[in-house]
Design a protein around this ligand. Sequence first.
Ligand code: ADP
Ligand code: MG
Ligand code: ZN
Length: 484
Amino acid sequence: MAVADFQTVIGLEVHAQLLTRTKIFCGCSTAFGGEPNTHVCPVCLGLPGVLPSLNRRVVEMAVRTGLALGCAVRPKSVWARKNYFYPDLPKGYQISQYELPICEGGEVPLTLDGVERTVRLVRIHMEEDAGKNVHDVSADGSSGVDLNRAGVPLLEIVSQPDLRSADEAVEYLKSLRAIVMALGVNDGNMQEGSLRCDANVSVMRRGASEYGTRCEIKNMNSFRFLRQAIEYEVRRQVELVESGGRVEQETRLFDPDRGETRSMRSKEEAHDYRYFPEPDLPPVIVEPALVERLRAELPELPRARAARYQSALGLSAYDAGNLVADAAVAGFFDAALAAYGEGAEAAKKVANWLTGEVARLANETGEAAASWKLTPQKLAAVLRLVDAGTIGGPGAKQVVEEVFRTGAEPEAVVKAKGLAQVSDAGALEAAVDKILAANPAEVEKHRSGKKDLTGFFVGQVMKETKGKANPAVVNALLRKKLGA
Ligand code: ADP
Ligand code: MG
Ligand code: ZN
């Protein structure tokens, strides 16, 4: 098999749950979780005799997203009924947009291996989410339906088949995620499914002029799964074609446990959605004045922000990219830097903490930046304690961790945990002497110039002092005692 003889072609359909407080056509809460079927009413339950009434915030968020991505915003767009029968869809149809979506065209920027490019969009439309089937809910193994999610507003963002590799698809999704988060229209929480995507994948022999037949892999909710699914699917299709077979257009599911995609339904069984205009909702009219107001309110977008961090603050592309991936983290960075200092060196320090230790802690706890107990002021205070020599690197790490978990004041943590660094040469001399006396062979090796063992001695002294020795002072003492 020769994957290299083939060109991969990918188009993504991304579903982004909008950050409205209430659902798209009723007043029910959009909050995630909650006891099953507690955020429901006759409208989102699809009971007869009710009428949907549009949440204006949904339209504003759709337009906001369209403007940020350079789409054309349709002054008049239309709702459509997408009919299908499924237990999590009590009405028997989903209200969506079909022929006349709210946004068309536009593009998403992405950077791969340092090269910037854009991926064209086909369209963005608004729709309602369906409910969720929950399996094994009771002792007899029966399934249930939770309709809390039914009627939660979504944007579907459809790309052109412009992507050429799994890596590119992942970068596209990362870029789009950063943008919708910066716009405040989506929380970027892929684990909870508030951002998820379908990948359309095909392969063609290099040099061919027509795209191959695509398969659509449904509903991936992590970057890792997206990458794995595409890579698996490309191998499967290439093997199929190489062995004389033909790719059939079908919908497939990714199984994360086995790292495989498998067929869900073929084109023959494909839904005929019998789309028709939604009779219960008037067309969506977007006045030019609204477009202009929303355009004026657009925030700085991730790519521009990253460029500014590089040019104005001297951050590396890597650090800048990491920070702007989450607008709340970038906001934290700005505030911490303002509280701490100015210039490239200060920026680098704050960025290091945020993309290193703090990111690790946030990952571990899954907490969004907006709800961290560590505030920008507290991070700045930790950095000042380091600058003043009160704590060293390892101590600072412990302080940050404790503040992150409890929200305590950094200075109080230093006191409570006894993390203050010992910088007094007199106090450290005994420890240095002890280590040198305990390691005569190493001292000899070092003195004879055979091997520079300074690092070893510093490490031993740190151990001896439980990490509290100021390494600079220890270094100076060693130089004095061992000769330069
Ligand atoms: P549908 O509505 O049936 O899903 P669309 O024409 O709207 O079909 O396309 C859906 C997605 O499939 C788009 O993101 C598009 O870029 C992508 N796509 C279309 N043709 C191909 C292809 N040959 N290979 C990969 N992706 C494709
Ligand atoms: Mg599709
Ligand atoms: Zn409702």
